[in-house]
Ligand binder design. Structure first.
Ligand code: FPP
Length: 229
């Protein structure tokens, strides 16, 4: 695969943990645990392929409506994964970024996230951008409010972008959604303007390097015209 046919930034809507668990008569949390393992596999595979940015939709602003037990379980899993990666990060050269609103994330998670982001800030390998308490409409409103507070008088798409969670994050060339659902669910609405989409019926806990390869092969066949001819 040439560098051009390889996306610089892949963003993933990791869907299907609940259905994966239900099919095995397991609690939903078991699906999320298996999903966390798929996260690790996917990070490794992306590193191996030389992908620069990987955005993972870990928790949306709408996920707060889930049962408290499930939310607590997801936060625990996140905390465990952060602990593991912060420990390994120097060796792996991974950089962690987070996109989303801080409120109402638990203070302990915020502290852990802040530490992981600070500890990995100078790393030059894969950037894993966790979309955590993320909603794209909220990001756009956040940017508009920040621009207003900064005294911007007349916004353009380029100037508004300066107020996004990560102005330096390139738009994803490829967005993957697992589990057969085909919608964006308030994910990267602005940044997806010219993204290629890859939908697969594979449930997130079953996602692995082979599935990533299939998505990359599909991407390599796409012709990207950006509105031109
Ligand atoms: C969607 O599946 C998945 C989520 C809402 C959370 C994603 C979380 C993980 C992959 C595990 C932990 C993450 C990290 C970064 C360690 P769903 O529950 O909506 O599945 P369903 O549609 O089949 O019910």
């Amino acid at each position: 695969m040439t560098t051009d046919s390889l996306p610089r930034h892949i963003a993933i809507i990791m869907d299907g943990n609940g259905r994966w668990a239900r099919a095995r008569h397991l609690p939903r949390l078991a699906g999320h645990q298996a999903g966390a393992k798929a996260v690790e596999r996917t990070i490794q595979a992306a590193q191996k392929k030389g992908i620069a940015f990987l955005t993972l939709y870990a928790f949306s602003t709408e996920n707060w409506s889930r049962p408290k037990e499930e939310i607590d379980g997801l936060m625990n899993l996140l905390s465990q994964t952060l602990t593991k990666y912060t420990r390994q990060a120097a060796k792996e050269n991974l950089r962690l970024w987070v996109s989303g609103e801080r409120e109402p994330l638990p203070p302990a998670i915020l502290t852990q996230v802040d530490e992981a982001v600070a500890q990995t800030a100078t790393h030059t390998g894969l950037t894993v951008n966790l979309a955590l308490n993320y909603g794209a409409q909220q990001e756009i409103v956040h940017a508009a409010n920040a621009a207003y507070a900064a005294g911007e008088k007349k916004l353009t798409p380029e100037t508004l972008r300066n107020y996004f969670y990560h102005p330096d994050l390139p738009d994803p060339e490829l967005i993957i959604r697992t589990s057969g659902e085909e919608r964006l669910s308030n994910f990267l609405l602005w940044q997806a303007a010219y993204s290629e989409f890859y939908f697969t019926s594979v449930l997130w806990p079953d996602f692995n390097e082979t599935e990533l390869d299939k998505a990359l092969a599909a991407y390599a066949t796409r012709t990207r015209r950006f509105g031109g001819i």
